[in-house]
Design a protein around this ligand. Structure first.
Ligand SMILES: Nc1ncnc2c1ncn2[C@@H]1O[C@H](COP(=O)(O)OP(=O)(O)OP(=O)(O)O)[C@@H](O)[C@H]1O
Ligand SMILES: [Mg+2]
Length: 337
């Protein structure tokens, strides 16, 4: 029922990857600062039955929509990040990280109502001990919405808009309505990684990229793993409900399947490999797919690159991104087999 994908020659992909530096993308969504505190445990606290972690080092990383932007930049394209940070030191940390990586941050709004969303993990002996989150979920205000709209109106040529929703409040029905009409006027694709609670916001977009669990929930069906027939039913319901042009359902170790209005569904399996860290794989998928489409690849071939890229990041310790150079190497290896 699901056709299997057969890739074209490596040179086809390599010349598209060579065009990545010409691509200019906008990422809109919820920005997260990921903080990692690394330490060791030598004793249990006398105050409560919990371990005492002695912190030895701290690292910080861009999360949420900022991680999508980070992935796009690593692939060599230009990227503007739009979203909200707090007027706090963590917001400044986010800005500094963006600047270091060459991601345009002038379109961020700084809020005095909401702090920067921070997820802090304490890790001892390479095991997560606890995670604590600081966030205030709050809808974008009219003023914030206007400021984002006027920033976008003034931008020069943009090739794609990517929405990375983590349901913290930046992505609203009004924002989506505005983006739909803006991208339609500019004749550029609108690619969305949806959160289930906000699924109804995402009607009539170009590509939607839920994972298989989210897809089942959006369709209002029970999740059945590794069942192609069930996935096809899920996909038809979503296509009917949300009318997207393409629906790319990511399936974790099972790869991904692409559904569209015109063509029959196609499946792309993953190449079996050692997996270290699957977080952020979805961000790599939407980033790679979007840049690839802008470089002229049809969605199905963009999905192939996205699948290779995500397979790479899940197999690396602490790397949430892939470079264009590395992606080319993977293409050469997998297309010439
Ligand atoms: N265990 C794995 N082995 C190989 N590839 C994987 C594995 N897990 C994920 N991937 C790759 O990453 C892609 C996206 O993963 P997944 O479907 O888990 O998305 P996700 O749930 O949105 O991820 P996240 O929310 O953690 O960023 C898959 O389509 C596949 O290419
Ligand atoms: Mg995801």
């Amino acid at each position: 029922m699901l056709r299997h994908y057969i890739p074209p020659k490596a040179t086809y992909f390599c010349s598209a990857i060579d065009r990545f530096p010409d691509v200019s993308a906008v990422v809109v969504g919820d920005i997260i600062l990921d903080v990692f505190l690394w330490g060791i445990v030598n004793r249990i606290s006398p105050e409560a039955p919990v371990p005492v972690v002695e912190i030895q080092r701290e690292t910080r990383a861009l999360g949420g929509a900022a991680n999508v932007a980070n992935n796009i930049r690593a692939l060599g394209a230009s990227v503007y990040l739009i979203g909200r940070i707090g007027g706090d030191p963590e917001g400044q940390t986010v800005k500094n990280l963006l600047t270091e990586r060459g991601i345009q941050s002038e379109g961020l709004v700084a809020s005095n109502r909401c702090p920067t969303t921070v997820k802090t993990r304490i890790i001892a002996h390479n095991q997560q001990v606890v995670r604590f989150d600081r966030e205030v979920r709050s809808h974008l205000t009219d003023r914030e919405m206007k400021s984002i709209a006027s920033f976008l109106e003034d931008l020069p040529a943009i090739d794609v808009v990517i929405v990375s929703d983590y349901a913290k409040g930046v992505v609203t029905p009004d924002l989506m309505e505005w983006l739909r009409s803006w991208t339609a006027r500019r004749n550029i694709p609108l690619v969305v990684d949806p959160k289930v609670v906000n699924a109804s916001f995402f009607r009539d977009v170009t590509v939607l990229t839920p994972n298989h669990v989210e897809a089942s929930q959006i369709a209002g069906m029970t999740f059945v793993p590794e069942d192609d027939e069930h996935l096809c039913d899920v996909a038809s319901r979503i296509m009917e409900k949300l009318r997207c042009q393409y629906l790319l359902i990511t399936r974790g170790p099972g790869g991904m399947s692409l559904f569209s209005r015109e063509n029959s569904p196609i499946h792309l399996p993953t190449i079996a490999r050692q997996v270290y860290d699957v977080t952020g794989a979805g961000d790599t998928v939407i980033a790679t797919l979007s840049v690839a489409i802008c470089a002229g690849l049809p969605v199905i071939h963009g999905a192939y690159l996205a699948n290779l890229a995500a397979g790479h990041v899940v197999g690396e310790v602490g790397t949430a991104v892939i470079t264009a150079h590395r992606l080319k190497e993977l293409v050469q290896r997998s297309c010439n087999r």
